[in-house]
Design a protein. Sequence first.
Length: 207
Amino acid sequence: MTLALNGVTKEFNRRSIFRDVSFSLGSGESLAITGRNGSGKSTLVKIVCGLLSPTRGTIEYVHDGKMIEGEDVRNHIGLVSPYLQLYDEFSGMENLELLSAIRSDRTLEDGRIDEVLNDVGLWERRKDLLRTYSSGMKQRLKYAFAVVHRPDILILDEPTSNLDKDGIEMVTRRVREQQKSAILIVATNDADEATWCSKKVELGTHR
Ligand SMILES: Nc1ncnc2c1ncn2[C@@H]1O[C@H](COP(=O)(O)OP(=O)(O)OP(=O)(O)O)[C@@H](O)[C@H]1O
Ligand SMILES: [Mg+2]
């Protein structure tokens, strides 16, 4: 898998957020996106996921020598972010099943959902409605959703928000796993988290 951004610029209402961001990542490579509050980290993450369009510039996803386009992009990406919406009136397990069904191209192998729920420490609470979850439990469920399809690109925006010591350990394990053979992107204000990655893009320095 390779991911390449070329001259990506984003403006909101003609206000420039960032200009000319370019990078390329192959399997086993990782990138930290840093910069102050409001510098555009989450905006760049959304562009990489295909949730927002850039004002200028291009994003290319190549898998096994083939370009990946449109809806198919989401089958290759896992995202953990504060703006990911979960369903309060469904259980943790139902959320995972529902959200996974949106990804069309791969059916999960038997037992995979149980495996990730166990992995993020939510197995015991899987049947409880999401509105009864603590914020750290919701963050853990986002990890389950992000990795259940074994994504080629894992993107973490504010990776450890609301997590306790065990939760952070779960994240660092996951990060190491992802770095073995896939692409990892971490958007963060935390200097320690930025050191997880081999490459770095710092936003907000052009002003
Ligand atoms: N939909 C939108 N319409 C207009 N402006 C927006 C929109 N989304 C974000 N912005 C602006 O873009 C800038 C970058 O926001 P973004 O959320 O990407 O920053 P960030 O680096 O993730 O910040 P933080 O560290 O606080 O998470 C901010 O000035 C924000 O107000
Ligand atoms: Mg942000």
